[in-house]
Design a protein around this ligand. Structure first.
Ligand SMILES: C[S@@+](CC[C@H](N)C(=O)[O-])C[C@H]1O[C@@H](n2cnc3c(N)ncnc32)[C@H](O)[C@@H]1O
Length: 442
């Protein structure tokens, strides 16, 4: 949020709420306005309504040109990624907090001027046209100032700190010490496209084959354009997200449950290893997506729509993968909205739901069976804290060793858990933050 304060350099700015004498709005809308309107809707959904960006993208009008949709997504993602810095640059020019529609027009304009290399006249004209009429003059005056003074102001900021919500910075500092800064740095750019290959598939041209077996392509690569997509030769999954299924060590013919399964990245890994997989997912829409993905990949699995916390399987499983729902704070580089839609109080609620699911999973396991519990959160309450709880459920911790994870020894903690962070593999483009631990049923 921008802080309301007296303008230090606010010459020429009108007070918010008072109609400006000359709104400077062109009679015909400037080109590119539909893109900015869509970007504003995405930002408003995320910041004002706390809705996930992906959900907001799906809610954009169907008639919107795909190029406008993609450009709106790019603008909104940049605003969300760099929100603290953008608000800090804007704040000296604002005597008081403008209402959300004007604030979002300013944020979009500033992001375009400072971070997206939009020509200044286009950035200012579209932001002015986007703003409510009463704020057009303010937006015009502020963005003209930002165009000239903003680059130097941006340069002097502590961007990693400003662009990380305070509660996350504090929690990550407590958990990871000075590495909090590297984690925040890793969130500043878009993430590469990571793929998990089907057995025997050949990587597409330009892909880097990572030591853990995933393929990595440049950020912005469209997966549907890659040869082999329609034939199901690979699926999209962050390199870190591919590790829990790898560490479960699925074997052909084993009965394995994938609890909380959609969209199915890990179900596919288990099925590709030849296991007899039962994929349990609660959400009907996500069950459909899971089924679609398995159909494209031509991989078999029994899909069950159920609440995994209460579902009773027909027989115990040899192994279980529980990729539990979480605050997803490990995925901020791919989903910058998470930094703004989640709150500190969400962590405890998520940890409690995970504990219920872990208790249910323990009961579904055959004696001696294996269980990998995973979350894509950087919060220890949703990771390491579950170790003590598992002991009370008849689960014996089975530590991972560095030898199980080629090229990534830094991801194995002294206690033998998996803990990946966005700042790992910095020269390769990082990875999502994940936690995983393996257990055996006593
Ligand atoms: C982190 S995502 C799983 C990602 C998935 N394992 C993959 O690799 O593609 C969590 C999923 O759990 C589902 N979910 C949440 N609570 C659940 C529950 N109690 N029972 C079953 N599924 C649940 C959500 O709908 C969501 O699809």
């Amino acid at each position: 949020m921008m802080r309301a304060r007296l303008a230090r350099r606010g010459a020429g700015c009108h007070e918010a709420g008072r109609p400006p004498p000359d709104p400077q709005r062109p009679l015909t809308p400037p080109p590119g306005l539909p893109t900015r309107k869509a970007a504003r809707d995405l930002i408003a959904a995320t910041l004002d309504d706390r809705r996930p960006l992906e959900e907001a993208l799906e809610a954009l009008p169907r008639r919107l040109d795909p190029r406008d949709r993609a450009a709106a997504h790019r603008i909104a993602a940049m605003v969300l990624r760099r929100l603290g810095s953008i608000d800090e640059v804007l704040s000296p020019y604002l005597r008081k907090e403008p209402p959300p529609p004007a604030r979002h027009a300013l944020q979009i304009g500033a992001a375009e001027l400072l971070l997206l290399e939009t020509p200044p006249h286009a950035a200012v004209a579209t932001a002015v046209a986007l703003a409510p009429r009463a704020f057009a003059g303010l937006v015009n005056a502020v963005l003209r100032k930002v165009a000239t003074e903003g680059p130097a102001a941006l340069e002097g900021l502590d961007a990693p700190r400003l662009d990380t919500p305070a509660w996350l910075w504090t929690a990550w500092h407590a958990a990871y010490g000075p590495a909090v800064r590297a984690i925040a740095e890793a969130h500043r750019g878009p993430a590469p496209l990571d793929l998990t290959p089907a057995p025997g598939a050949e990587p597409p041209a330009g892909a880097e084959v990572l030591p853990t077996g995933s393929w990595r392509l440049a950020a912005g690569t469209r997966v549907t354009d890659l040869p082999g997509f329609a034939e199901g030769r690979f699926w999209v999954q962050d390199a870190a997200a591919a590790l829990p299924a790898l560490l479960l060590k699925p074997r052909a013919g084993e009965r394995i449950a994938d609890l909380c399964a959609a969209p199915g990245g890990k179900t596919a890994q288990l099925a590709a290893a030849g296991a007899e997989v039962t994929a349990v997912e609660r959400d009907a829409g996500r069950v459909a997506r899971l089924a679609e993905n398995l159909a494209r990949l031509r991989l078999p699995a029994t899909v069950v729509q159920a609440d995994a916390a209460t579902w009773t399987p027909p027989a115990p499983f040899d192994a279980i993968l529980l990729d539990a729902p979480c605050t997803a704070t490990g995925t901020i580089r791919r989903h910058p909205d998470v930094a703004h839609t989640k709150r500190a109080r969400d962590v405890q609620g998520a940890a409690e739901a995970q504990a219920r699911l872990l208790g249910a999973a323990a009961k579904m396991l055959a004696p001696g069976g294996r269980l990998v519990f995973a979350t894509c959160s950087l919060q220890p309450e949703e990771g390491e804290a579950h170790l003590a709880r598992a002991a009370g459920l008849g689960l014996v911790h089975d530590p991972f060793t560095a030898a199980e994870l080629p090229g990534l020894p830094e991801a194995i903690t002294p206690a033998g858990c998996l803990r990946t962070r966005p700042d790992f593999w910095p020269e390769r483009g990082g990875m999502d933050g994940f936690f995983a631990a393996r257990f055996r049923r006593a």
